[in-house]
Write a protein of this length. Structure first.
Lengths: 482, 769
């Protein structure tokens, strides 16, 4: 009998059910079968071996700043560059071979010092530019990493690299890996949610579904997109003329009919489907409840900013991210578009700051005041940095910057990250990360580590190979861990 | 407890691979190789770079050789075998794998390896690299059950396992199963009636033949090929620019419907342009090699991306024809299979001579492409001629970004050869910028894959012919295995994308060989193989199961029952359209844009989705516009392939999002309304007659009396609801653009729409029983 149970269980957990559906399933079957494991881990789905060690973070919120925010104008303060205004960046510092073809043909590569004002902030004295006044105010809560670097120089491969560990599409996103490893904490919501927003400039580099996709992992691990337009989750709303009561009646009949079919066909997959319909019904309640901001007091919404109640806006997404975090969603991935300042950078980046700075900081403060920052890992950053040389004309007032992989700035907060730290250094030109370099795979390894996962041991066999998020690379950045 | 059963329980309890397959006993290929490969080859396998102690456990002479005076494996004597001693050692310095390795052996795996040595350490070359043999039909006790060769192999195995096949599925189940499998659509009530009435001998076979001749067959068979060929309507990177490859898609449908033999299908797609006096059709077939993504992001380095396109061609070839993960050898020697990095770049050389530019145009086809006559696809002999493709001209007007000329909707991308082949070098670490210029590599195929028929393979055409040469060990096996997967839900080799050492061993190796040899002997006739499979007694079994059988063989690897598989994304939508009467039967042409949720493109890209109107809303799903970076979400919810890279196998998940789609999505609500109209028009005068009709329309059988009771009750509840809320009823009937049939009573139609929706949400409705 034990063997039979073991197989049924493997069938459900291994192949049949989604991570979401297993709680509902458990109630349909003999609860004793599931009790031991479920109670010990307080998670739904996930791998038996997880977590590898005690986790500092219960969840991750990644505020991805898409387009490539300029480190030179936000965090990587280089006052000495002012004297070199307009001088050619030496080829010894910036070799010719890894420039994008948008600027590789330029005859001149003039040094463009930042026009933005920098100041030290907080007790820690971290430099932050005037673009991010609110983030500056939480300097003592965050750890700025100035020595991040990547390998890709174009948006698509670069953002795909950050999200999936590979520049070439086809691999699972980090949130999918996390859900695969750890399962979900909430039976009525997905374990991995993605949300996107555009700034006031409306423009921006496109995003792709693969950035929250499951790659070669089963599709149940992919991020569920919460949308700012139409149904917040695709088809979550009943069609016009069908209310919840009618839906319930339909589901009652459906459940009984499917149960009859199960008696006939004997396939456990039918039971799983019954459970998925019940979960869908619960989501029809839990999602609107999640998105209903009427219980948020004014002092909270105003902290996030004037857009806090406007679906599709960054501030709204940040507020929803907090509500998702409160409900046990494991991985919350925000994307904000528009950080691609090839020209007219000083003006454009100020606008980006206005669109994102207040809400980013508010999210950290809000989590902190609720005691949730200690087990929520916050990550802020984009897909690459930007060149110190000006793309196009350089004037006293304006300049542009091209894509730049060799250094960029990130910040992290919460969940065992050392607060108030400014980590790593770039060279005098902010061209190369030179001290305490942190590669994309190192960041990914560190995020997994805070979630209790050894990045070398979270693997999935596909096409005969044991794949990892971090490929065959990655080192946990222990220096930034408290 | 007899010994066989004991062995079975033993293995199940410990979870060895054999047991997962439902089989008893230890077998070298099935049980031993996967352990050695997975746990040992990383350091003791084909890759020179990572090899330790100069020991290869993938080489027979190493395994049975001596090391420091000790023999690694002494057949029949595990105690004298260094391998067993090392894996069993308690000494942390001696134990293998070393403590720091992430690949540790389980106690079962240690036992399997030990038993293997004690039982004589049988060693064979990897089965998939040896040419398939025509296996004789094994003797079976219940010969009367068998319908054709397939059944002998399946029954033999069942009898060995002391299992019995299931009874034949009832005729209603059977016609629905085979209609869905051969056409992707459900049978109509009339077709079911005709089949039920015709109990003359051969009626099932005649049904099969009719479907094989149906134009719907080619459309249905094209779909998995489009997944494998990574076919799409956009280029796949960043702004995801428009391309026009639909003539290639229509060529595939045509080839499938005409019953083009698989060898010709292969040669034309890989090298049709190189055939003597290549026709226009043959050139268009080579679009296969151009379906890969092309990066048009401004600022990309063309040389870098040109390499990716060739890599994609090689990897796709590996998966589709060879069932090998060639891509693993791009950066280093393969870790598991006998494939060196040099082998990889010699294959690369075949595909490295396309006159292409690494950066794509801002929209449209990327050179080389050819223009289609207006009469496409009905070409006269004069029109079906060789055309020299447009070569790329670079637009250097823009100082920064150099792009090629682009082809419009009247063109299609094709393969073409440079007069002077490009020099191919081994790329260190797979990097475009690190060629090993010490040696120019000639095109060649890996020696481990058998002989090259003593001729030098000079170009793509030679390569294509080598693939379909009867002595090729892989092509026929890999192909029939994919067909098997299509009909049975899983391949005989479950890892249909990987026949290498790390792939799963075949559940019925002799059957696979027999089918592969037969396929070649039938002159690669695809329809004949499909016919063989669906007319087997194995296929025609009932798929009903019970907890005992589920426990014994959860994945039905032994085939003691028929396949029970959830329908694909395409089938689910097409079925709903067919049942509602909305489905268009138009074949081919430009891709169409059916319903999409609002803002689905605009939210994350710089394009707007312009939804089509009228008939285009109701075309078969393989004509749906496929934007790679934002594929149609409804299709993705049901596990459609992304079309980013070659995919030959997709798992099926079961999620709440699927439930939400089937209940609430505009397509499925609209088709429920149209289905309800049909029920009210054609279903008779009484409610019971209507429910019977509707259920059969949706599921292909009449409801049982208990089911009828439940459905009747549900209808009454819906009716009562809408009687009290007429406005709600009217609202429900506004979903979808197809005009409402006004003569039906609003309340009645709304209630029947909900009932139709209930039927189409049944597990049975989305499952091939």
């Amino acid at each position: 009998m034990n063997n039979l149970n073991a197989i049924n269980r493997r069938h459900f957990f291994g192949r049949g059910a989604t991570g979401l559906g297993t709680a509902a399933l458990a109630s349909l079957l003999n609860p004793d079968l599931f009790a031991a494991r479920e109670q010990s881990r307080n998670a739904i789905g996930g791998l038996e071996s997880m977590p590898h060690f005690a986790a500092k973070a219960k969840r991750v919120i990644w505020m991805f700043q898409s387009g490539g925010p300029s480190q030179l104008d936000l965090f990587d303060y280089k006052p000495q560059l002012q004297e070199r205004f307009g001088q050619e960046v030496p080829t010894s510092v910036y070799p010719a071979d890894r420039k994008t073809t948008m600027t590789a043909g330029q005859t001149s590569f003039p040094t463009a010092p930042s026009r933005l004002k920098f100041k030290r902030h907080g007790q820690c004295g971290t430099y932050v530019s005037e673009v991010l006044p609110n983030i500056a105010k939480i300097a003592d809560d965050i750890c700025v990493v100035k020595s991040m670097y990547t390998e890709a120089i174009n948006h698509d491969p670069a953002i795909t690299f950050y999200q999936t560990g590979s520049q070439i599409p086809g691999r699972p996103s980090i949130g999918a890996w996390m859900t695969y490893g750890l399962g979900s904490e909430n039976a009525n919501l997905p374990g991995f949610v993605a949300m996107t927003s555009r700034g006031s400039a409306k423009a921006g580099q496109p995003l792709y579904d693969r950035l929250w996709g499951s790659g070669f992992l089963p599709a149940k691990y992919q991020g569920v997109k919460f949308r700012g337009q139409g149904d917040p989750v695709l088809d979550i709303n009943n069609p016009p003329g069908v209310d919840s009561e009618t839906r319930r009646k339909m589901l009652n009949a459906l459940g009984k009919l499917n149960e009859l079919q199960h008696t006939e066909a004997g396939d456990p997959e039918i039971r799983t489907r019954i459970a998925q319909y019940e979960l869908a019904f619960r989501m029809q309640t839990s999602v609107p409840e999640l998105l209903d901001l009427s219980d948020e007091p004014e002092h909270i919404t105003s902290m996030y900013g004037k857009d806090a109640k406007q679906p599709g806006k960054y501030a709204y997404n940040c507020l929803i991210a907090r509500r998702l975090a409160e409900r046990g969603v494991r991985f919350i991935q925000l994307f904000h578009m528009g950080w691609d300042q090839h020209g007219n950078l000083p003006t454009q980046i100020r606008a980006q700051g206005r669109d994102t700075d207040q809400a980013s900081a508010a999210l950290v403060k809000d989590l902190k005041q609720r005691g949730m920052l200690e087990d929520t890992l916050i990550v802020w950053g984009g897909e690459f940095g930007r060149t110190v040389y000006s793309q196009g004309g350089l004037t006293n007032k304006s300049y542009g910057r091209d894509h730049h992989p060799n250094c960029m700035s990130y910040w992290l907060a919460g969940a065992g990250i050392k607060p108030g730290l400014s980590y790593g250094e770039t060279d005098d030109y902010s061209v190369n990360a030179v001290v305490d370099r942190v590669h994309v795979h190192d960041l990914q390894a560190t995020i997994l580590h805070q979630m209790g996962i050894d990045h070398e041991r979270l693997t999935y066999k596909y096409q005969g190979r044991h794949f990892r998020l971090t490929d065959v690379h990655g080192k946990v950045v222990r220096d930034i861990l408290a | 407890m007899n010994s066989k059963l004991f062995a079975f329980v033993f293995l199940i309890g410990l979870g060895a691979q054999g047991a997962q397959n439902g089989f008893a006993g230890v077998d070298f290929n099935r049980d031993v190789v996967p352990i050695l490969s997975d746990k040992c080859f990383h350091c003791h396998g084909p890759d020179n770079e990572t090899r330790e102690a100069d020991l290869r456990l993938d080489k027979q002479q190493d395994v049975f050789g001596e090391r420091d005076g000790r023999r690694i494996v002494v057949p029949g004597d595990s105690e004298q075998s260094a391998l067993v001693r090392r894996i069993r050692s308690q000494d942390i310095d001696e134990r293998m794998p070393p403590a720091h390795s992430t690949r540790q052996l389980s106690s079962t795996e240690i036992d399997v390896l030990t038993s293997w040595v004690d039982e004589g350490a049988k060693w064979t070359k990897h089965w998939a690299f040896e040419p398939p043999q025509r296996r004789d039909l094994p003797a079976v006790q219940d010969a009367a059950w068998t319908q054709n060769a397939i059944d002998h192999f399946v029954l033999r195995r069942l009898e060995q396992e002391e299992l019995k096949p299931s009874q034949r599925a009832d005729r209603e189940t059977l016609i629905r199963r085979v209609t869905l499998d051969l056409t992707g659509l459900p049978p109509t009530p009339e077709e079911i009636d005709a089949f039920l009435k015709d109990d003359s001998p051969g009626s099932y076979e005649r049904l099969v033949d009719r479907f094989l001749a149906s134009p719907r067959y080619g459309e249905h068979m094209a779909r998995p090929w489009l997944d494998a060929a990574r076919y799409a309507d956009t280029d796949g990177y960043q702004n995801d620019r428009i391309r026009y490859m639909w003539p290639w898609r229509d060529w595939v449908i045509m080839a499938m419907n005409e019953g083009m033999p698989f060898d010709q299908f292969t040669i034309e797609q890989l090298a049709g342009d190189m055939l003597p006096d290549a026709t226009l059709f043959q050139q268009i077939a080579t679009g296969f090699g151009r379906n890969h993504r092309i990066n048009s992001e401004g600022g990309s380095i063309p040389e870098e991306w040109a390499v990716e396109y060739v890599v994609d061609r090689v990897d796709t070839l590996g998966t589709v024809w060879l069932g090998l993960t060639l891509g693993c050898a791009r950066c280093h020697d393969h870790k598991y299979d006998p494939m060196t990095q040099r082998d990889y770049y010699q294959l690369f050389a075949f595909f490295n001579n396309v006159p292409e530019w690494g950066l794509g145009p801002n929209n449209g086809n990327s050179p080389p492409f050819i223009e289609l006559p207006k009469s496409w696809p009905h070409l006269s002999a004069v029109e079906n001629r060789l055309i020299v493709p447009a070569r790329y001209e670079l637009n250097t007007k823009q100082v920064s970004v150099v792009r090629p000329n682009s082809g419009g909707p009247e063109t299609v991308m094709v393969m073409h050869e440079l007069k002077e082949p490009r020099s191919t070098y081994l790329l260190r670490r797979g990097q475009y910028s690190q060629p090993d210029k010490s040696e120019v590599l000639r095109p060649s195929v890996p020696t481990s894959l058998g002989d090259r028929h003593d001729t030098e393979l000079k170009n793509r055409l030679d390569l294509a012919k080598w693939l379909v040469h009867p002595t090729n060990p892989l092509t026929a096996r890999v192909t029939v295995n994919r067909y098997w997967q299509m009909f049975f839900g899983a391949g005989i080799v479950r890892t249909s994308e990987n026949f290498g050492i790390q792939g799963e061993a075949p559940s019925h190796p002799d059957l696979l060989d027999r089918l592969a040899v037969e396929f070649v002997q039938l002159d690669w006739d695809v329809k004949s193989v499909h016919r063989l499979m669906v007319t087997s007694a194995t296929y025609q079994q009932s798929s009903s199961t019970n907890s005992k059988l589920v426990a014994r063989d959860p994945d039905n690897r032994l085939l003691a029952r028929g396949p029970r598989v959830r329908l694909s994304a395409h089938e689910i939508r097409d079925q709903a359209l067919a049942i509602s009467g909305l489905l268009s039967d138009k074949i081919g042409g430009l891709s169409v844009k059916p319903y999409m949720p609002p803002g689905i493109w605009r939210a994350i890209s710089n394009n707007k989705y312009a939804q089509d109107k009228g008939e285009s809303l109701y075309r078969r799903s393989l004509y749906t516009y496929w934007r790679r970076t934002i594929p149609p979400p409804t299709m993705m919810t049901f596990n459609a392939a992304e079309r980013e890279v070659c995919i030959v196998r997709k798992g099926h998940t079961n999620s709440p999002l699927q439930a939400l789609t089937l209940m609430n999505n505009v397509t499925f609500v609209e088709t429920s309304r149209l289905m309800a109209e049909r029920i009210l028009c054609e279903g008779g005068d009484t409610l019971d007659a209507q429910v019977n009709f509707g259920f059969r329309l949706g599921i292909g059988r009449f409801p049982t009396s208990r089911e009828l009771d439940l459905l009747r009750d549900a209808y009454h509840e819906f009716f009562w609801k809408y009687e009290n809320d007429r406005a709600a009823a009217a609202k429900l009937l506004t979903v979808g653009e197809f005009p409402r049939e006004k003569r039906h009573d609003t309340i009645q139609l709304a209630a029947m729409t909900m009932l139709a929706s209930t039927i189409m949400n049944l597990d049975e409705a989305v499952t091939k029983e």
